[in-house]
Design a protein around this ligand. Structure first.
Ligand code: NAP
Ligand code: ZN
Length: 425
C-alpha cells in the first residue's frame, strides 16, 4: 500500500498564485475588459520602438499636468500579451493618486521566478496584458494629503502585494500576505479600485497605498536591495516564524537561486550553520566563499546526502521545479522543520515515512506581511545584506527571462528601470 501524500499545486496556488481560483472567486467581473471595468489600458504596438514610447509617455505626462493626479497618469511598461511570455513596450494608465497614496518612480525591479510562471501562464492565472515585477525599488515623487509615513524623495519598496482587506484576522495580526483579499502587485485584481488588473514594476511609475509601501534603509545598494522586496522577505519571514534564526542551529537551503542565496546570507547573519543543497556543482565555490555558506551538498549525489543524514534543524526549500523531497527530509534531525516556498507546477511527492517517524514538521510560506518586510529590510540594512545581482537594461529582459528559465543567473536579474525606460512620475 502506498503512503504517499501529494502536495498539490492545484491547492497551493490559491493564495500564493491568485488570479487562478482565488481571483476568479473574488471578482465576478470579466477579467479586465468587462463593460463595468474601469481599467484604462491601451495596447501599444510591439513594433514601435522604445524611444518612441519614452517620448510619448513623457509628452503625455507633461500635457496632462495638474490633471495627472486627479485622473491617473500615463505609464510605460513592458508587458506579455500571451503565453509566449515575450515582453514588449506597453502604454497604460496608473490610477489617480488618492489621499493616502504615494506615487513612486521605479528605479529598479528584480525578476523573480514567479514573474516567469505568470507571464507564461504556467499557473493558469495570467490576465493579459501582464506587466510583471514585484521587487520594486523606487523613489517617492509625490504623496497624497493624508500620507503620514512617507515624503517625496524617500527611497521605498513595493513587494508582492499592495492591498488587502484590512479587517480579517490575518490583516489584524500583520499577515496581510495570508489575507484572502490580498491584491497582487502584478496580475492581481484591485477591487478597491474598480476591479482593475494590476500592473507591476517593469514600468516607470507605480501608485500604492502608504500602508503597503516599505522604507528602504539608507546605505543599501539600490539594485541589490530590490530583490529583498520578494526574495528577501519570502525567506526571512519563515525563518523568524519557525525559529530558524537561532545562532548555532543548522539550516539547509535547497536551491541556490534568487531566494536561496538570500536565505544563505540571512542564515549566516543570524549566526547559523548553513548548508546549501543544490543540483549545480558549479555553484559550490561561490556558495562557500562569496555567500559564506558552511557546506555545500550536491542533491543528486547520494553519498554526499547520506553523509549529512539527520544533521539539520530546518530546511528552506526554494526550488522552482519538481524534485524529489524525501531525501531532503532525511537530512533533518528529529522534529526538524521543513518550509516550502517554491511553487513548482507539478505536485511534489511526500511519503508519510519521510515525516512520521522523526516527527518532522512541514509548512509553506508565501512572502511575508508588511511588518515582516520592514523588519527584514532593517535587519538587512544593519547587516549589509543585499542580493547578488546582474543589472540589466529593459531591452535585455526577454533574454534575461530565457536565462532565468535555464538556471543561468547568479543570482538575480534586476532591471535598471529608470536607466532604460525613462519616467513620467
Ligand atoms: P530561481 O532564481 O530560478 O531559483 C530556483 C533554484 O531552484 C535554481 O537556482 C536551482 O538551484 C533550483 N532548481 C531549478 N530547477 C531545478 C530542478 N529541476 N531540480 C532541483 N532544483 C532545481 O527562482 P527564485 O526566484 O528563487 O524562486 C524559486 C521558487 O520560489 C519559484 O518557484 C518561485 O515561484 C517561488 N517563489 C515563492 C515565493 C513565496 O512567497 N513562497 C516568493 C517568490 C518566489 P540549484 O542550481 O542550486 O539547484
Ligand atoms: Zn517573487
Amino acid at each position: 500500500m502506498s503512503h504517499n501524500f501529494q502536495l498539490r499545486s492545484s491547492v497551493l496556488p490559491l493564495r500564493f498564485f491568485p488570479g487562478g481560483l482565488g481571483a476568479r472567486f473574488w471578482c465576478n467581473e470579466p477579467k479586465h475588459l468587462g463593460s463595468n471595468s474601469s481599467v484604462r489600458v491601451a495596447v501599444a504596438s510591439p513594433s514601435r520602438t522604445l524611444q518612441r514610447h519614452q517620448a510619448k509617455a513623457k509628452a503625455t505626462a507633461k500635457e496632462v499636468g495638474v490633471q495627472e493626479t486627479a485622473q491617473g497618469s500615463a505609464a510605460l511598461g513592458w508587458a506579455a500579451r500571451d503565453a509566449s511570455g515575450v515582453l514588449s513596450p506597453f502604454d497604460f494608465s496608473r490610477r489617480a493618486q488618492k489621499d493616502d497614496d504615494v506615487t513612486i518612480k521605479v528605479l529598479y525591479c528584480g525578476i523573480c521566478h514567479t514573474d516567469l510562471y505568470t507571464i507564461k501562464n504556467e499557473w493558469g492565472t495570467a490576465m493579459y496584458p501582464v506587466v510583471p515585477g514585484h521587487e520594486i525599488l523606487g523613489v517617492v515623487t509625490s504623496v497624497g494629503s493624508g500620507v503620514t509615513k512617507f515624503k517625496a524623495g524617500e527611497t521605498v519598496g513595493v513587494g508582492y502585494f499592495l492591498g488587502s482587506c484590512r479587517s480579517c484576522e490575518c490583516c489584524g495580526n500583520g499577515y496581510e500576505n495570508y489575507c484572502s483579499g490580498m491584491v497582487l502587485t502584478s496580475n492581481g485584481i484591485d477591487r478597491e479600485h474598480g476591479g482593475e488588473v494590476t500592473q507591476g514594476g517593469f514600468s516607470d511609475v507605480i501608485v500604492a497605498n502608504q500602508d503597503y509601501v516599505v522604507r528602504v534603509p539608507d546605505g543599501l545598494p539600490l539594485a541589490g536591495a530590490a530583490p529583498l522586496l520578494c526574495a528577501g522577505v519570502t525567506v526571512y519571514s519563515p525563518m523568524m516564524r519557525f525559529g530558524l534564526n537561532a545562532p548555532g542551529k543548522h539550516l539547509g537551503v535547497v536551491g541556490l537561486g534568487g531566494l536561496g542565496h538570500v536565505a544563505v546570507k540571512f542564515g549566516k547573519a543570524f549566526g547559523m550553520k548553513v548548508t546549501v543543497i543544490s543540483t549545480s556543482p558549479g555553484k559550490r565555490e561561490e556558495a562557500l566563499e562569496r555567500l559564506g555558506a558552511d557546506e555545500f551538498l550536491v542533491s543528486r549525489d547520494p553519498e554526499q546526502m547520506q553523509a549529512a543524514f539527520g544533521t539539520m534543524d530546518g530546511i528552506l526549500d526554494t526550488v522552482s521545479a519538481w524534485h524529489p523531497i524525501s531525501p531532503l527530509f532525511a537530512l533533518m534531525k528529529p522534529m526538524g522543520q521543513m518550509v516550502f516556498v517554491g511553487g513548482p507546477t507539478k505536485p511534489l511527492e511526500l511519503p508519510a515515512y519521510a515525516i512520521v517517524p522523526g516527527g518532522k514538521g512541514i509548512a509553506g510560506n508565501c512572502v511575508g506581511g508588511i511588518r515582516d518586510c520592514q523588519a527584514m529590510l532593517e535587519f538587512a540594512g544593519k547587516h549589509g545584506i543585499t542580493a547578488e545581482v546582474e543589472v540589466i537594461k529593459m531591452d535585455y529582459v526577454n533574454t534575461a527571462l530565457e536565462r532565468l528559465e535555464k538556471n543561468d543567473v547568479r543570482y538575480r536579474f534586476v532591471i535598471d528601470v529608470a536607466g532604460s525606460l525613462g519616467s513620467t512620475a
